[in-house]
Design a protein around this ligand. Structure first.
Ligand code: AHR
Length: 344
């Protein structure tokens, strides 16, 4: 006889804004529903640092519903790896069928993932990756090619400056980085550093903005005190770009693409937050490389594949676009693939 004891604990319902439509996310779901007909998924989300992240959480919660055959246990790691490790251990104790992990940073996962394997619980990574010696500690991953996003952005910048007759040595770039040691930061930082070296651009400094608007504002204000010739601000996400634009404008700078006339160009990543898309339409953000957060159905498809006894691809990449309201660059070609530059 089917045993059903519903013990769901929904601590809070928070409204979430996203470019993909309004939604709500449940702050925590901590107890398992004992229903043998449902697939139990323990999802350790890293935090709620950005609009991208909240949209990603909503996508996961919308995919893993009881109607879809799932019992979701959701934990918010509050940007701390220690919290995420505790959550994974809790999932193991609860005997979930699958662990889905969106890791904050790449290092430090070997032990807890070995514990999951010892308990025969498959681990699926979403968004960022883990750096573990034994790659069989996780089943598969789905997310973005963060270095490709950076290559698209820097190719756009290269073409833009060539068309506008801006010499490479005229570019004075600062990088407001995402959370140090996260896959998104590593890929986007590497892509910029390589492009600066190859093109002869001046990469003046790189500072950690932790993917948050407040940190973006704070580090931009500090950099403006140290450097008086910044003319490109490369922000590793839109929330930090919004904060940086606040700081630039508060310091009396004009934000825009007319570098030769003293404007400071801001470029960023994600394309989820509606204000950043509006800024991109207005030209305050010159270019956005998309980072797609809608991974819920993708992770669910991977679990269904595992349920059928299949072995999905280990690395599953998402297709992404590039946006600018400037018509200077119509398309870019990176690694042999051409991308139209779309309107935001
Ligand atoms: O890992 C994806 C990144 O994490 C997004 O670009 C950023 O907004 C988020 O916080």
């Amino acid at each position: 006889m089917k045993k059903i004891a519903t013990l769901l604990t929904l601590l809070l319902l928070l409204p979430v804004f996203s470019g993909c439509g309004s939604s709500t996310i449940k702050e925590e779901i901590t107890e398992k529903t004992v229903d043998e007909n449902l697939i139990t998924v323990g999802f350790s989300q890293l935090g709620a640092e950005s609009d991208w992240r909240n949209t990603n959480t909503a996508s996961m919660q919308e995919a893993f519903t009881r109607e879809n055959g799932y019992d979701l246990i959701y934990k918010n790691g509050q940007q701390k790896q220690a919290n995420q490790i505790t959550a994974v251990r809790m999932f193991i104790q609860q005997g979930v069928d699958y662990i889905v992990l969106a890791p904050a940073t790449e290092a430090g996962w070997d032990s807890v993932l070995a514990e999951a394997r010892d308990a025969d619980i498959p681990v699926i990574l979403v968004d960022r990756r883990v750096d573990v010696a034994d790659k069989s500690l996780y089943s598969c991953w789905v997310g973005s090619d963060f270095e490709l996003e950076a290559k698209k952005m820097t190719e756009w910048l290269k073409q833009f400056t060539q068309v506008r007759n801006i010499d490479p040595e005229e570019l004075h770039i600062v990088n407001i980085q995402g959370t140090s040691g996260s896959t998104a930061q590593i890929g986007r930082t590497r892509g910029l550093a390589n492009a600066c070296r190859e093109n002869g651009w001046d990469l003046m400094t790189e500072v950690d903005g932790d993917f948050t608007e407040n940190k973006g504002r704070e580090v931009m204000a500090a950099m403006l005190k140290g450097y008086d010739n910044i003319n490109v601000v490369y922000c590793e996400n839109d929330n930090m770009a919004i904060g940086a634009i606040d700081a630039l404008e508060a310091a009396g700078k004009k934000v825009g693409s007319n570098i030769k006339n003293g404007e400071v160009m801001v470029v960023s990543f994600d394309g989820v937050n509606e204000l950043s898309r509006e800024y991109c339409r207005e030209g305050k953000i010159s270019c956005i490389a998309e980072c797609n957060p809608l991974h819920g159905p993708r992770v669910s498809a991977l679990i269904e594949s595992l349920e059928r006894g299949e072995t999905p691809e280990t690395f599953n990449y998402v297709d992404e676009k590039i946006f600018s309201s400037l018509s200077t660059v119509k398309s870019i070609t990176v690694d042999g693939v051409t991308y139209e530059v779309e309107k935001p």
